[in-house]
Design a protein around this ligand. Structure first.
Ligand SMILES: Cc1cc2nc3c(=O)[nH]c(=O)nc-3n(C[C@H](O)[C@H](O)[C@H](O)COP(=O)(O)OP(=O)(O)OC[C@H]3O[C@@H](n4cnc5c(N)ncnc54)[C@H](O)[C@@H]3O)c2cc1C
Length: 401
């Protein structure tokens, strides 16, 4: 959809989304939800968020533009409207962000008809939660160094190895798995599988982050049996398929539903409010010219990034090689980090008060949020790696070795 005036159908759909989201906003949970979907560990939260996602799907806000035979709603040019309205309404996030954001676009591009028909519908309803088994202890930025092995035995594969940082691994029914079928061929010896997490050879162990949360895990695979029908694309084509998954993870794939949480504009406004409410040396931080200058510079940067992101919707100025979407991963994650850092500066000494401290401003959300912003600058390819990609693939600079 280009960013032009909405046609009648789109306008009606936008009105429907606004009305529906206003009328169906779910009530509060017993305990607060984590700041982001990748930190959900509580069973009560899982059920609440899965039900919410299923309801949004049934209302047509997820898989809006996908074909009906894959569980979609069969429209054209409406998904971006639904996703924008979900963000705007500030409703809870969708728990199945890996399924929606990575599995769906990957299977649409590389899956068989059977795989699309079988796996897509339960992703939309959150009946099947997905996780991503790419990273290993010795393979993060240099993902193609992965060592988890896949050996073909008749009509199935036997997988051995381990994965790390596996978000939502504790809830997942399915994993996007990369494994090595040929150890002498770094890039051409990787195959891509859909792995059932119920296999008795899979063990999931939580990893505790500096925030005290444990949304990601170690996953050990011991003699795991995977049918050949669960292989995606050709044997040895795993690197190509993985790049397609990562393109979606980095924000440049087919959208099937809004996944993320608070918008940078909203966070900026919250930081400004925080500055107005924080009194230091007898006056509000907002009234201190040095702080006002810092806040305004950040405001400009945030707005510039938002306007830049809008350009992704206008094909004619988007440039080749998905320049703006890929750039948005770097700038979006770094702006989020800077916004939280600024909030900590506004709070001064009290910024060290953490969640559960009754004296902490905004229930300690800024200290927790700041630590969590490192997720964005590391996961799905660190900022350094993203800059390498932009340099090589967009600016055409010489390749790094
Ligand atoms: C919260 C969170 C959730 C995650 N969830 C998942 C998940 O669900 N599934 C999954 O598979 N993975 C997941 N990851 C893993 C993530 O993809 C990796 O952490 C990331 O790719 C970096 O790999 P690494 O941690 O091994 O760091 P390393 O690759 O060891 O990098 C260490 C540092 O060196 C820098 N560096 C490395 N190589 C270069 C280079 N060539 N040029 C410049 N700098 C370089 C990096 O930028 C980084 O700063 C998650 C990570 C986080 C933080």
């Amino acid at each position: 959809m280009s960013e032009t005036r909405l046609n009648n159908e789109q306008q009606e759909f936008q009105e429907f989304c606004r009305r529906w989201l206003g009328e169906n906003r779910p009530g509060p949970t017993k305990t607060p939800l984590p700041q982001a979907a990748y930190e959900v560990v509580d069973e009560e939260h899982r059920i609440y968020l899965s039900e919410w996602q299923a309801k949004c799907y049934q209302a047509g806000l997820i898989a809006t533009d996908l074909p009906k035979e894959y569980g979609g709603h069969g429209h054209t040019g409406l998904q971006q409207i639904a996703s924008a309205e979900v963000h705007r309404a500030k409703v809870p996030y969708f728990i199945n962000w890996i399924g929606l954001g990575m599995t769906v676009p990957t299977l649409l591009a590389h899956g068989t008809e059977d795989q699309k028909k079988t796996f897509l519908p339960p992703i939309f309803t959150a009946e099947h939660i997905w996780c991503q088994g790419f990273s290993e202890p010795g393979a993060g930025s240099d993902l193609a160094s992965l060592q988890t092995s896949a050996e073909k035995q008749g009509d199935h594969w036997v997988i051995n190895g381990s994965k790390v940082w596996t978000s939502l691994g504790h809830f997942a029914q399915w994993m996007l798995l990369l494994a090595r079928d040929d150890k002498h061929n770094k890039y051409g010896g990787i195959t891509y599988f859909l792995a059932p997490m119920a296999d008795p050879g899979i063990t999931v162990k939580p990893i505790h982050k500096m925030t005290g949360e444990s949304g990601f895990n170690e996953v050990f695979l011991d003699q795991v049996k995977i049918g050949d029908h669960l292989r995606v694309d050709e044997i040895g084509a795993g690197w190509k398929v993985a790049m397609s998954t990562l393109t979606s993870e980095r924000g440049a794939g087919v959208g099937v539903g809004a996944v993320a949480g608070e918008s940078p504009r909203l966070v900026m406004q919250q930081v400004i409010n925080l500055a107005k409410d924080t009194i230091r040396n007898g006056k509000s931080v907002w009234d201190d010219p040095i702080w006002r200058d810092r806040l305004m510079k950040m405001y400009e940067r945030t707005e510039a990034a938002i306007q830049n992101a809008r350009r992704t919707k206008v094909k004619a100025i988007n440039g080749g090689a998905m320049r703006i979407p890929l750039q948005s991963k770097v700038s979006g994650s770094e702006i989020s980090q800077e916004l939280h850092h600024l909030a900590l500066g506004v709070l001064g000494l009290s910024s060290s008060l953490y969640t559960r401290d009754t004296h902490a401003a905004d229930d300690g959300k800024w200290a927790l949020g700041y630590m969590n912003t490192y997720t964005g600058t590391i996961s799905g390819g660190s900022s350094e790696i993203q800059r390498n990609i932009l340099g090589e693939r967009v600016l055409g600079m010489p390749k790094t070795k």
